[in-house]
Write a protein that binds this ligand. Structure first.
Ligand SMILES: [Cu+2]
Length: 128
């Protein structure tokens, strides 16, 4: 036995096994759990505080509230003091149909968005 053979083993199999092992932790996107105004509600005209609560921590500096009024004009609302899982703002509302659009960056790095549709009307008059 005078022959020495050196074999360079390829690492191909190891690389394949590693790529198959990739898995992401299951973290929640931000989902709206509570809102003022409530979806489908009719609220009184005038000043209103807006408050949206989510199921997870959010980055409010990279989140946005947009309010679209009855005339179709969309306005990005200045946000109030940041909270861990909430967005808040303030608006002055006239009668008609409104859409509050939220876009939120959650701590898992995913952006979610949705609409809260509501109406602004005068309080229902009492029956004569
Ligand atoms: Cu996510």
């Amino acid at each position: 036995m005078s022959c020495v053979v050196r074999i360079m083993s390829p690492l191909v199999l190891a690389v394949l096994l590693l790529s198959a092992a990739v898995s992401r932790p299951a973290m929640a996107h931000a989902i709206l759990v509570r809102s003022t105004p409530v979806e489908g509600a009719t609220v009184a005209p005038g000043a209103m505080d807006i408050l949206l609560t989510f199921n997870s921590r959010i980055d409010s500096s990279r989140s946005r509230l947009t309010l679209t009024g009855p005339d179709g004009t969309a306005t990005v609302l200045p946000l109030g003091a940041p909270a861990v899982d909430q967005l808040n703002g303030h608006a002055s509302l006239t009668q008609g149909a409104w859409v509050l659009r939220w876009q939120v960056l959650a701590v898992d790095g995913h952006i979610t968005r949705g609409d809260v549709r509501f109406k602004v009307g005068l309080p229902t008059a009492e029956a004569p």
